[in-house]
Design a protein around this ligand. Structure first.
Ligand SMILES: C[S@@+](CC[C@H](N)C(=O)[O-])C[C@H]1O[C@@H](n2cnc3c(N)ncnc32)[C@H](O)[C@@H]1O
Length: 255
């Protein structure tokens, strides 16, 4: 009987497509690093992942917002402006950049656990100011700084942050990608942007401004990595408690 030659197995897809191999090894490395980091945080009670610290951060937001509401009521200030008039922006091409949404305390704790907790923390598009209160409570930052364009958010977040004890804070009503806005966060240690809905043009401008940061500074973006050769992705972090659902955080280091 005639013998058929043994069938050669196909080469693994990762050999025929080196780019995929490279991508898979990066994903593996991240997963392994992530696992060891998760373990580290699980066993370190002082870490920002410790549940009691996350509860403390949520309580700090609730206390600051309640105190701000009480102060407003005493001063008889109407709080109509607390709602930003997003609809006014609908006709702008960049409308989607201004869609509201809040990152949760657990997500921010996980993010900070992968960054340094000291120095200057900046939230690009700081909205209601909650991430600034979380950062001030979870970390040991010397200052927390927000940049926000919408009037309603700027005013209400300032009222909230005014109730915060023990951490220097500032909220600038500025476009964070403008020249003046970028000067505010050029010396930051940790920069956070809830960028899930930011459009490509804004992400490109953010990346260009971020190149001015010092080596080692972290920039954390949600769902979209920084389009920049000056940053290395260190962590991919699951953020389960954003107001719009789940997101992934890219923790990137200035190299
Ligand atoms: C999704 S919200 C996130 C709010 C906050 N960081 C949080 O997680 O709770 C994004 C915010 O970025 C603000 N924003 C978008 N583009 C901006 C820009 N170029 N300059 C300043 N603020 C901006 C929007 O007004 C909005 O409040």
């Amino acid at each position: 009987m005639e013998q058929t030659p043994a069938q050669q197995p196909d080469p693994p897809i990762t050999r025929v497509w080196p780019k995929l191999a490279q991508y898979l090894s990066v994903v593996d490395a991240l997963a392994a690093a992530q696992a060891s980091k998760a373990w580290h945080h699980a066993v370190t009670d002082a870490s920002p992942w410790a549940p009691r610290r996350i509860d403390g951060a949520k309580a700090a937001v609730a206390a600051c917002e309640a105190a701000a509401a009480a102060a407003r009521a005493t001063a008889n200030v109407p709080h109509k402006y607390r709602r930003s008039r997003l609809m006014d922006l609908e006709d702008r091409p960049a409308y989607r950049n201004f869609v509201s949404g809040e990152v949760g305390a657990l997500s921010l704790a996980r993010i900070l656990g992968a960054c340094s907790l000291d120095g200057k923390f900046v939230d690009l598009g700081s909205g209601t100011g909650r991430p600034l209160v979380y950062a001030a409570t979870l970390g040991s930052f010397a200052e927390v700084v927000g940049l926000e364009l919408l009037d309603g958010y700027v005013r209400s977040s300032r009222e909230t942050l005014a109730q915060l004890d023990g951490c220097k804070w500032r909220i600038h009503q500025q476009d964070f990608v403008s020249e003046e806005g970028a000067a505010v966060w050029r010396d930051a240690d940790v920069v956070f942007a809830a960028s899930t809905v930011f459009d490509e043009a804004q992400m490109a401008r953010l990346a260009a401004r971020a190149a001015a940061l010092k080596r080692g500074a972290r920039v954390v973006t949600l769902d979209v990595a920084l389009p920049s050769p000056h940053f290395a992705v260190e962590w991919l972090i699951k953020c389960p408690d954003c107001s719009w659902g789940a997101a992934r955080a890219f923790v990137q280091r200035r190299v």
